[in-house]
Design a protein around this ligand. Structure first.
Ligand code: MG
Length: 171
């Protein structure tokens, strides 16, 4: 691993965002947790907005394009895929580049069902997938105050910001 800090700054930041339509009769998977609901995500994969957001945030921090470019929804390999594979791929790229996760902050925006009972499970799922301490991951949840598509229950969205740092051995 290069120690050229100009090319590889010790800390990099990435942002991720995702949104999926919610349609009746589909499964709703958020951060690897299946939520009880009468609607779920319309998507090529399992439509997990949290995992897609985190994947994009890490890829963004690495300067490596985005989830749609690396895992196109025209590729049958990703049909109904468990989105954990995308997070694992992003983590692998992060490790290959010599970085480790410093911290991750995620905001899920969903009118219903309530996310609060599931936040800790999502946090633990992400910490496990990213092989980091739970304390490095934070999950927040908001409604959309009943306005627009998310507030009317027709969509779910997620924002995430990640900081990654060069591993000490690579500094
Ligand atoms: Mg998505």
């Amino acid at each position: 691993m290069s120690t050229d800090l100009a090319a590889f700054p010790p800390v990099r930041v990435g942002h991720g965002f995702d949104l999926h339509r919610l349609e009746p009769g589909l499964p709703l998977v958020v951060g690897g947790v299946r939520l009880e609901h009468d609607r779920g995500c319309q998507a090529h994969s399992d439509g997990d907005v949290v995992y897609h957001t985190v994947t994009d945030a890490i890829l963004g921090a690495l300067g490596q394009e985005d989830i749609g470019t690396l895992f196109p929804d025209t590729d049958p390999a990703w049909k109904a895929a468990d989105s954990r594979v995308f997070v694992e791929a992003a983590r692998h790229r992060m490790n290959e580049a010599g970085y480790a996760l410093a911290n991750l902050d995620v905001t899920v925006i969903l009118q219903r069902p309530k996310m609060a009972p599931h936040k800790e499970a999502v946090r633990r799922n992400l910490a496990s997938l990213l092989a980091c301490e739970v304390s490095r991951v934070n999950i927040k949840a908001k409604t959309h105050e009943y306005v627009d598509a998310i507030g009317e229950g027709r969509a779910i969205a997620c924002h995430g910001v990640v900081a990654i740092c060069l591993r000490p051995a690579d500094r």
